[in-house]
Write a new protein. Structure first.
Length: 724
């Protein structure tokens, strides 16, 4: 284990306790603590604008020349997909409130209309920046490495002839030009589809007519020019956007007409499904009905090529009923999520070095796996994905339980899982083997609803008891409970994590999971599942904090405990790692802690509504954000004075604390808390590459130029490699 990741009690370099855990020494008992007065009204950053700042940090990774080239292209694609979801959900929600006349202001005092105006301006800036990065920085570098983007006019006669054959054979048969005239109403434009707005003239050349041609999404968006258009295998590629190929052959679709011009556009629609739950209605049927409605949600954004004429734009605005403020003019390529196709090219020298997760030492090495249940009887185990293998830990835990004749029952929550889920397969095997299997499948998991409905039905057919959670709540917790007969006793084995039971995202998302056989945790999970599957109304637990009843209250109480430690002159400090920090009650408690002299260190990946470093309010609060190869997804809480560590599924957001079933579990095993301390210490190391939030709400890269820089995720990879 490297020095910077060594547990705090074993560091080679002498450190005081305060520097080791990132908190200052507590003030002496005689030091006066400022009285906590009313907090200022302007103490929150806007949630939506903070999210856009997060996506700007994603975009900054595409600019970062220290990143491998195809990784930079990947971050452009991620930025584009993030923006799509932001508009489909967050902007859609604001528009719904504005149209309903709900003048509810955000925590920072903005009306929905104010926020929409700010979002529109900021989104245009980010889109322009994305286009510049793509056209001026990434594409020229790709061209140097033999990956080129071309237009139809760049092609020679032989290339055009070959691609025309490809068009006639593969593309033309699936295209459907739709005219717009008194006999043909304006067609429905599906969300996120690419479309050509085509202007054609009658043979006499006097009357212009509009038609729409949808770019098919079941063929590659980028067509290979240098080989068979469907060909793969070479890292070198000349790529023609599919819309260019279609545009060059529009004359074949509009025979006898003159094609005046064509322009690309794309509509984003409201996809924020709201299920009106009725106790007398099957939730699956209600969900399927709402998913059908999602396709026809109102437009919330219109992206157009910046070359589009005013006449065509006015027509689209009128027919689609889009506000001009919701138009985003895009230079260059629309929908850069197509760069995932470029990232898939076999060019390993342009990507991060391959990384293979290691089996956690507690679960065996190589071809000699250890019995998981025997291991957990010896003590708790903490797994840190993707560095620790998901398949040889979490997946094997469920698979071993499924075939173990001593296992009586398996209870599992499923929020998101993969399309070919081995977890689901194991649950089916367990049910078919006669075990009692309960799966709580959250069919309201946004954008995974269809997959979860399919899994729910397959599980039911296999005899699994499938439950869809509680009325009005999403079940977001990540919990597994295995009940095993061992002689004359029953023992319960548990897994509680911060990430989904998804082997694919477990290779991309940074998450933490606890395996334990502690009776108190097993009893708590039993009570929790009884609440989720039956009529129990459990609100207090031994080792868990559970939302919507207990997490906010529990976190605030522990923050207040650190304030009490500081006032008494004892060591105090708070370290938090989350995806988002929005909840006002939690933020206000952290402000009060800062005012009492408690050092607060926060690592937040995305949204942060707290303002750090403001004199008299938050000068003891420090906020940073780490983005990189893996998506930082774990939630960790450390209350230094109380000596408590917690991990779990909940971010500090209203939806998590009020409208979801979430679980945090307290970590008590010393070896495991040392591991958590090491993870937090690495993330908070002054030399760690990150972005730092300032008192003015801006984010800046850190450390500054000329300083020694370490990459937290690279160090974690090295640490786990050496551990083996």
């Amino acid at each position: 284990m490297s020095q910077h990741l060594t547990p705090l009690t074993n560091r080679a370099t002498p450190m005081t306790e305060s520097t080791a855990v990132g908190v200052p020494p507590a003030p002496p008992a005689a030091t006066p603590v400022p009285a906590i007065t009313d907090l200022p009204d302007d103490r929150y950053l806007n949630r939506e604008l903070s999210w856009l700042d997060f996506n700007a940090r994603v975009l900054a990774l595409a600019e970062d020349t220290s990143q491998p080239l195809l990784e930079r292209a990947k971050f452009l694609a991620i930025f584009a997909s993030n923006q799509d979801e932001f508009y489909m959900v967050r902007v859609a929600g604001l528009k719904r409130r504005e149209e309903a006349g709900l003048a509810v202001r955000s925590a920072d005092g903005l009306t929905p209309q104010d926020q929409l105006a700010e979002i529109a301006m900021r989104s245009r800036e980010l889109t322009a920046r994305q286009a510049r990065i793509c056209s001026d920085l990434v594409l020229p570098e790709l061209d140097k490495h033999g990956i080129s983007f071309v237009t139809w006019s760049d092609l020679d006669d032989q290339q055009r002839l070959r691609l025309s054959g490809y068009f006639s054979e593969k593309i033309f048969p699936v295209l459907t030009p739709l005219a717009v005239d008194p006999a043909h109403p304006f067609p429905y434009i599906s969300g996120l589809s690419l479309n050509l707005a085509v202007m054609v003239r009658d043979p006499d050349g006097h009357i212009e007519r509009f038609a729409r041609v949808k770019v098919p999404n079941n063929v590659p968006r980028l067509v290979r020019v240098d080989s068979d258009p469907d060909g793969r295998g070479s890292p070198h590629a000349t790529l023609l956007p599919l819309e260019e190929l279609i545009g060059a052959h529009l004359g074949e679709m509009f025979a006898g007409m003159e094609v005046a011009d064509w322009h690309l556009f794309r509509v984003t629609r409201n996809a924020d499904v709201e299920v009106e739950e009725d106790r007398d209605e099957d939730l699956l049927k209600a969900m399927e009905r709402e998913l059908a409605r999602r396709r026809f949600g109102p437009p919330v954004r219109l992206e157009v090529a910046d070359t589009m004429t005013d006449h065509v734009l006015e027509l689209l605005l009128r027919e689609l009923d889009v506000d001009p403020h919701d138009v985003v003019e895009v230079p260059g390529l629309l929908d850069l999520s197509c760069l995932w196709q470029v990232y898939a090219l076999p060019a390993p020298e342009l990507k991060d070095e391959p990384f293979v997760p290691a089996t956690h030492p507690a679960f065996g090495e190589g071809e000699s796996p250890k019995d998981i249940f025997a291991t957990l009887r010896e003590g708790d185990v903490l797994v840190h994905h993707p560095y620790d293998s998901f398949s040889t830990s979490v997946q094997r835990f469920i698979e071993q339980a499924a075939v173990d004749p001593q296992v009586l029952a398996i209870k599992q929550t499923l929020y998101r899982t993969s399309g070919d889920s081995p977890i689901v397969d194991a649950l089916i095997d367990a049910a078919e083997a006669g075990k009692q299997v309960v799966a709580l499948v959250e069919v309201k998991a946004r954008f995974d609803e269809q997959a979860n409905i399919r899994w729910a039905r397959e599980l039911e057919r296999a005899g699994v008891h499938v439950v869809y959670g509680l009325m009005g709540l999403k079940t977001h917790c990540k919990t597994s409970l295995v009940v095993r007969q061992e002689g004359s006793t029953i023992r319960r084995y548990c897994h509680i994590g911060t990430g989904n039971y998804n082997p694919k995202t477990a290779r991309l998302y940074e998450d933490i999971g606890l395996f334990t056989a502690k009776p108190a945790v097993g009893a708590d999970l039993t009570d929790l599942f009884n609440s989720l599957t039956g009529y129990a109304r459990q609100t207090s637990y031994r080792s868990l904090l559970v939302a919507p009843y207990g997490i906010r209250r529990g976190i605030v109480e522990r923050i207040e405990g650190e304030i009490a430690h500081a006032r008494a002159g004892r060591t105090a400090g708070i370290r938090i790692k989350v995806n988002a920090l929005v909840d006002e009650q939690v933020i206000d408690a952290l402000y009060r802690a800062s005012m009492a002299g408690v050092r607060v260190d926060i690592v937040v990946r995305g949204i942060c509504a707290l303002i750090p470093g403001r004199p008299g309010l938050s000068e003891n609060i420090h906020v940073r954000s780490i983005l990189g190869r893996f998506l930082e997804h774990s939630r960790v809480f450390h209350f230094v004075g109380a000596g408590e560590h917690w991990i779990g599924s909940a971010d500090m957001m209203h939806r998590n604390l009020d409208r979801r079933v979430e679980v945090l579990v307290r970590i008590t095993d010393r070896t495991v808390t040392d591991e958590l301390d090491a993870i937090l210490a690495s993330a908070l190391d002054p030399a760690t590459r990150c972005w730092v939030l300032s008192a003015d709400g801006s984010w800046s890269p850190s450390p500054s130029d000329g300083c020694t820089v370490r990459d937290h995720q690279v160090q974690e990879i090295r640490h786990h490699s050496r551990s083996e």
